[in-house]
Design a protein around this ligand. Structure first.
Ligand SMILES: Cc1ncc(C[n+]2csc(CCOP(=O)(O)OP(=O)(O)O)c2C)c(N)n1
Length: 355
């Protein structure tokens, strides 16, 4: 891992001391807006059948990715899930390369071979989205083990849904991280559903972070629609891990606005997917009223960090950047059939990287 990590991450400035700087706070808002704008576009392209394959839209959960990723540094790692566009963008992934990959274009992040579920940019510390539920936790615990062996003060953060803690991947990750005091932070994004199954119907506990205790890990619960609450919890866990004090599991309570994947129940230009058989419109409306983006915008305006006019300008800038990314992706070439097996298998000698 070490040798390939040439950092080019575009990040919001870090807060100085105890104070949050204006740039840091506005950076959080911009990042959330960027993710929402990107996901709105993805939804539109799905609904128009321009995008092929599955895309699991992240809208509604932006505060989790942005808050957690703002707490880590350029030297750290994240692993992500099938619903991972937001995690990659929160860490500074390129909108154009993301959109090109989703459109299956040869210049996308995975040269068009991976699509939505496999965005990876190791130079940013993104060790990959993946479609195997729960595996993100194990990958990050593996990276954390590598960090421990190297003896650096990096951390590895995994994102996973409420469904991601059901199986052996999470269990193995948590058990090893606790036993070996690994610098691992497991983020559980509890958006209430695993496809169409309500978390409340398949768990005997309300706070999934309670599971942490059985492994000997500290578990915390935060409002996942409050970007600063997520940031503060993640920052605490990061500092603890860097100091050699082991893992933390953070459950972020949030909600996904669209169907599990695709555009079911939603209309272009209307936020959220209504009329789905497994959840009520009322429930969706209640959560949309807690939208993390206007909520944080209102807070920044009230605190005089930002004017309404500047906030509107950021909305327009982000919208333009997303439109540019979509136009870029549209203009890019498809991979050539004769290149089908290139970039799939390692060619020549495989370099051995020491941990
Ligand atoms: C190991 C494994 N089992 C089952 C699936 C099928 N599957 C895909 S997404 C999903 C639900 C995931 O729910 P959750 O982890 O809560 O994430 P969310 O989709 O809510 O973000 C399942 C069961 C899978 N991809 N991998």
């Amino acid at each position: 891992m070490g040798p390939v990590k040439e950092v080019k991450r575009k990040k919001a400035a870090k807060p100085a001391g105890e104070e949050f700087t204006k740039d840091f706070l506005v950076g959080l808002l911009r990042r959330m807006m960027e993710i929402r704008g990107f996901e709105d576009k993805v939804f539109e392209l799905l609904a128009r059948n321009v995008l092929q394959g599955a895309s699991h839209v992240y809208a509604g959960q932006e505060a989790v990715a942005v808050g957690a990723c703002a707490a880590i540094d350029q030297r750290d790692y994240i692993t992500s899930t099938h619903r991972g566009h937001g995690h990659s963008l929160a860490l500074g992934a390129d909108l154009k390369l993301m959109m090109a990959e989703l459109c299956g274009k040869a210049t996308g992040y995975c040269k068009g071979y991976g699509g939505s579920l496999h965005i990876t940019d190791v130079s940013l510390g993104i060790l990959g989205m993946n479609g195997i539920v729960g595996a993100s936790h194990l990958f990050a615990a593996g990276a954390a083990y590598g960090i421990k062996v190297k003896g650096t003060d990096q951390v590895a953060v995994s994102f996973g849904g409420d469904g991601s803690i059901q199986g052996n991947f999470f269990s193995s990750a948590a058990n090893a991280a606790a036993a070996w005091k690994l610098p691992w932070i497991g983020i559980i994004e509890n958006n209430g559903y695993q496809i169409w199954v309500r978390a409340a119907d398949v768990y005997g506990i309300t706070d999934l972070a309670q599971r942490a205790h059985g492994y000997g890990i500290e578990g915390r619960v935060v409002d996942g629609n409050d970007v600063l609450a997520v940031y503060n919890a993640a920052k605490y866990a990061v500092e603890k891990a860097r100091a050699g004090n082991g893992p933390t599991i953070i459950e972020c309570k949030t909600y996904r606005w669209y169907d599990h994947y695709g555009a079911g129940g939603a209309k272009i230009g209307v936020d959220g997917a209504f009329g789905l058989g497994y959840r009520s419109d009322r429930e969706l409306r209640d959560w949309m009223a807690k939208d993390p983006i206007p909520r944080f915008r209102r807070f920044l305006v009230a605190e005089k960090v930002l004017t309404e006019q500047r906030a509107d300008e950021i909305v327009a800038e982000v919208r333009q950047a997303v439109e540019d990314a979509a136009a870029f992706a549209k203009a890019q070439p498809l991979p050539k059939p004769e290149d089908g097996l290139r970039n799939v298998f390692a060619e020549g000698a495989v370099p051995l990287h020491t941990c």
